[in-house]
Write a protein that binds this ligand. Structure first.
Ligand code: PGA
Length: 262
């Protein structure tokens, strides 16, 4: 069965100090209390490492709190890295892996992401795996091949029993960040269907239905509901439009008022 809880997440990237993060989450918890249909959705925030512990403390279990990256090793001589054990101790709910900026600026490869996915699952985290084609892939119409390769390598060797701990974020590189503009809902639907059929090949139909497939890239309160419903995804992953808490709350409200059919 498909997981029908709609996910709304925000990746803060390298934004917000601890005090800014706390202010945001306090206000978010208050705003969510007034959103109709919130029972059918799950909200998560992905702060920078320095703010995770504080955010986790004030989110009182209502909001999942994630990390933007993680090393796969338990500990070791990896200066500047954060291990699964460290994140486990502060109660992280999910780990975001393979964001396009990590691939582009920090040479993150699909094989690295695969090691991190296994480490995340072994430590009981949900693994949020980002995939998406760049503009050249789109121009030459190889987006399905690119996303297929990313997904097959990232999830290689994962047991079907762990599939329900996976979230796949489809985030076309040309849609995210300052220069990006959102995919249309038809493209999102084609790609979300493609991702689901690959997941079925990998895990079998039943287990694959437990994986949430979400969309990210220039999502905001104006385009969110259409991307969600027409794009056929289980949730939305937001950067810029959610860095002000009002923007995130407006988006969630726009998508849940009246209840979106699952
Ligand atoms: P954006 O970022 O919403 O600012 O385009 C999305 C992302 O990078 O996940």
């Amino acid at each position: 069965m498909r997981n029908h809880r709609i996910l709304f997440g925000t990746n803060w990237k390298m934004h917000k100090t601890v005090s800014e993060a706390l202010d945001y989450v306090h206000r978010l918890v208050g705003m969510l209390a007034t959103v109709d249909g919130r029972q059918q959705s799950q909200v998560f925030v992905v702060p920078p490492f320095t703010a995770i512990e504080a955010v986790k403390r004030v989110s009182s279990g209502k909001i999942w709190v994630g990390a933007q990256n993680m090393h796969w090793a338990e500990q070791g001589a990896y200066t500047g890295e954060i291990s699964p054990r460290m994140l486990q101790e502060i109660g992280v709910d999910l780990v975001e892996l393979g964001h396009a900026e990590r691939r582009q600026y920090f040479n993150e490869t699909d094989a690295f992401i695969n090691r991190k996915v296994h480490a995340a699952l072994q430590h009981g985290f949900r693994a949020l795996v980002c995939v998406g084609e760049n503009s050249e892939d789109k121009q030459f119409e190889v987006e399905k091949e690119t996303v297929g390769r990313q997904l097959k390598i990232a999830l290689n060797g994962v047991d079907p029993e762990s599939a329900s701990s996976l979230i796949v974020a489809y985030e076309p590189v040309w849609a995210i960040g300052e220069k990006g503009s959102a995919a249309d809902s038809a493209h999102t639907r084609v790609m979300s269907c493609h991702i689901r059929s690959l997941l079925e090949e990998m895990f079998g139909r039943e287990a694959a239905a437990g994986v949430s497939v979400i969309y990210g890239g220039d999502v905001n309160a104006r385009n969110g509901a259409e991307l969600l419903v027409q794009g056929g995804v289980d949730g939305l992953f937001v950067g810029r439009a959610a860095w002000q808490v009002e923007g995130f709350a407006d988006l969630i409200r726009a998508c849940t008022v009246g209840g979106i059919p699952g």
